[in-house]
Ligand binder design. Structure first.
Ligand code: NAP
Length: 151
């Protein structure tokens, strides 16, 4: 599943961005350094932003930096729910730790994508929510929201 190109998202679907905000608001969000740098206005408000980087002197305004995924997980240990929000490198490392996947499935082929979500093993996940098919008024692409829970 393609998720990025040139440091940006493939689609900017308003309803998807609203859903992302509603799901994550008030919860910690964990991300790779490149995803943090893709935000046009820096750290996302109303959420504790945790940025994973190997750069010991990296400064992420409005965010906490940590040196590994495990340090990020340790930092949210006391929280009810925390969200890993990308990108591809961090999704790949975090997938084994996830208990739920909130996905937006967009029906499109993007030939020049350069970032991908890791393979999901269907035997390990069950679908617990699925929206109707919707259409993005800007791009015309059809999409749906699904939520998978670890079996
Ligand atoms: N569609 C979506 O759901 C979605 C969501 C988020 C992002 N995206 C897209 O994905 C792309 C960015 O993803 P990406 O895979 O290139 O980068 P990324 O996962 O956002 O960040 C990669 C960076 O994280 C740090 N990192 C990774 N593993 C680490 C580890 N084990 N320990 C310490 N630091 C570690 C490194 O930072 P340093 O280089 O600083 O050491 C690495 O360069 C963009 O195009 C973005 O728009 C899509």
């Amino acid at each position: 599943m393609a998720i990025g190109r040139g440091g940006d998202l493939l689609f900017h679907i308003s309803e998807d961005l609203r859903r992302f905000k509603a799901l994550t608001m008030g919860h910690p969000i964990i991300m790779g350094r490149k995803t943090f740098e893709s935000f046009p206005n820096g750290a996302l408000p109303g959420r504790s932003n945790i940025v994973i980087t190997r750069q010991v002197d990296y400064v992420a305004n409005g965010a906490e930096t940590v040196g590994s995924l495990q340090q990020a997980i340790d930092a949210v240990e006391q929280c009810d729910e925390a969200f890993v929000i990308g990108g591809g490198e961090i999704y790949t490392q975090a997938l084994p730790h996830a208990s739920k996947l909130y996905l937006t499935i967009i029906d499109a082929d993007v030939a020049d994508a350069d970032t991908f979500f890791p393979q999901i093993d269907p035997a390990q996940w069950e679908k617990i929510e699925e929206s109707e098919v919707k259409q993005d008024p800007r791009s015309g692409a059809t999409y749906r929201f699904i939520c998978l829970s670890r079996k």
